[in-house]
Design a protein around this ligand. Structure first.
Ligand SMILES: *Cc1c(COP(=O)(O)O)cnc(C)c1O
Length: 483
């Protein structure tokens, strides 16, 4: 497989004969297009058999194998047993469906093997463009700052860290938060990565007040005010108020305008977790529900969920770049900036987040938005909300089903009801039955103290028939288990 230089005897990893690898590469692309074109013919998901798991476990391969043989192993052991989120009836958690243009972009990005930590090159310009588009989508000023990261978990952590240094000043980088009792506020429906971000920021999860929600899953602002007063009276320092645009359980959106107002009056950093919900800003119909997001100091969201970009592609946007630089600006001598040559270019992505070496995630975002257009992505978000409305209406019509939460966006929580027995157990079993049969893959969550079947419609491939198949399968599985 390798090239030997006749003059020096040195070996590279490039093939001596490119034609074989080229042929294999073309076959891989054809095979993957076939895979995408025939998704509906296959189960949504199937468990990986233990024998195959065993086959995958090998000691470090010391000797070469042909790429054809390794590809055959991939096709047999890996491809059939992936997550399933490409499939139109994958409705679990909040998983994006990806898209074929994004897939090709991954190939191109892999080919260039660019490092987007810094320096002066076109791939960084592509990322800067993507951040500017994100700012435009959110209604932020066009000179807003930001960086692409793995996902919203890390983007939220960056939000917490920037808010922390905005409160304590850059000295927090040398001295730590020390004796300052910083306190943050978010809703009880916030994602689990929010308390984790507080842990990782060294502030402690107990310093995050999880304010109870109203019946629509929105943070109660009267209780927020009470907590703020009580904390100030106790000598703590409120510094950060986090709104959620699309809660993970039910898709609820906080009253972001009102929260922005509280943050402004109380001198708090206003961060929004818009992991999937922020993309609703691309739909003229959905956008009004996010009113106030444009007032945030920072917003975390994912391109890999509702925007259908292949994993992974999270994003943090910060209104004021000075605050982000103050938190992460890199000063090491080996990262010194020049005014000319490859080390030029001013602010580098490594100044805006914890990563130094970074891949070319931006390309798949840039190509997805460029090829489909932002309006189309917004229309897909709208389509999934319409499907959720159809699902909710069907649930409401079925005597054996009960809806458990209002439908704010694209998530429907419901359960199968029977006269007696443990309904939580029954509904968990129904979900596992559907997943194992490969018919559909909803997930579960707890709503109002009971276990819900949770269908998050995120995938651009999902249609009305898929909704009918899901409900019919839930009813059939429920009947089978109850009788
Ligand atoms: C998915 C999600 C997250 C976490 O995002 P990752 O990309 O998985 O890290 C955070 N908040 C909400 C509301 C989410 O839906």
């Amino acid at each position: 497989m390798t090239t030997t230089d006749a003059a020096t005897g040195s070996e590279s990893l490039d093939p001596a004969d490119w034609s074989g690898l080229r042929t294999l590469g073309h076959r891989m692309i054809d095979d993957m297009f076939d895979h995408l074109q025939t998704l509906r013919d296959r189960p949504v998901w199937q468990p990986m058999p233990d024998t195959l798991r065993g086959e995958l476990r090998q000691s470090l391969p010391r000797l070469p194998r042909t790429p054809e043989a390794v590809y055959e192993t991939f096709q047999r052991l890996v491809q059939p047993y992936a997550t399933g989120n490409l499939h139109p009836r994958f409705m679990g958690w909040v998983h994006g469906g990806g898209n074929p243009v994004g897939m090709l972009a991954e190939l191109l990005a892999g080919g260039l093997n660019a490092n987007l930590g810094g320096r002066d090159h076109a791939p960084i310009e592509v990322e800067r463009q993507v951040i500017a588009w994100a700012a435009e989508m959110l209604g932020f000023p066009t000179d807003a700052s930001g960086v692409l990261v793995t996902g919203t978990s890390i983007a939220n952590l960056i939000g917490v860290l920037v808010a922390r240094s905005a409160k304590l000043g850059p000295k927090v980088r040398s001295e730590g938060a020390g004796g300052d009792r910083l306190v943050a506020y978010t809703s009880a429906a916030a994602h689990g990565c929010m308390p984790r971000a507080m842990e990782m920021a060294g502030l402690g999860r107990d310093a995050l007040r999880m304010i109870p929600c109203d019946a629509d899953g929105r943070m109660r602002l009267d209780l927020l005010a009470q907590h703020l007063d009580a904390d100030r009276a106790a000598g703590a320092q409120p510094f950060l108020l986090i709104g959620t645009a699309g809660t993970v359980d039910t898709g609820a959106i906080d009253d972001l305008s009102a929260i922005a107002d509280v943050a402004a009056r109380q001198g708090l950093w206003f961060h929004v977790d818009g992991a999937f919900g922020a993309v609703a800003a691309l739909s003229p119909k959905l956008r009004p529900r996010l009113a106030g997001i444009e007032l945030a100091d920072s917003v975390a969201f994912d391109f890999h969920k509702w925007a259908q970009v292949p994993y992974d592609a999270g994003c943090i946007v910060v209104r004021d770049q000075a605050r982000q630089l103050e938190t992460f600006g890199a000063e090491a001598a080996y990262l010194k900036r020049e005014t000319r040559g490859l080390a030029a270019g001013g602010v580098w992505p490594c100044d805006l987040g914890p990563d130094l070496s970074r891949g070319f995630r931006a390309l798949k975002v840039w190509m997805t938005l460029s090829v489909y257009g932002a309006d189309r992505i917004g229309a897909i978000a709208e389509q999934t909300c319409d499907l959720a409305t159809i699902l909710a209406a069907r649930v409401d019509r079925e005597p054996a089903l009960q809806r458990l939460a209002p439908v704010a966006l694209n998530i429907v929580c419901f359960r199968y009801v029977a006269a007696n027995g443990d309904l939580d157990r029954l509904n968990a079993d129904i979900v596992a039955d559907l997943q194992e049969a490969g018919i559909a893959a909803p997930s579960t969550t707890m709503v109002g103290g009971v276990l819900a079947i949770r269908a998050a419609i995120v995938n651009h491939r999902t249609n009305v028939e898929d909704i009918a198949i899901l409900v019919d399968a839930v009813l059939a599985a429920g009947r089978k288990r109850v009788t």
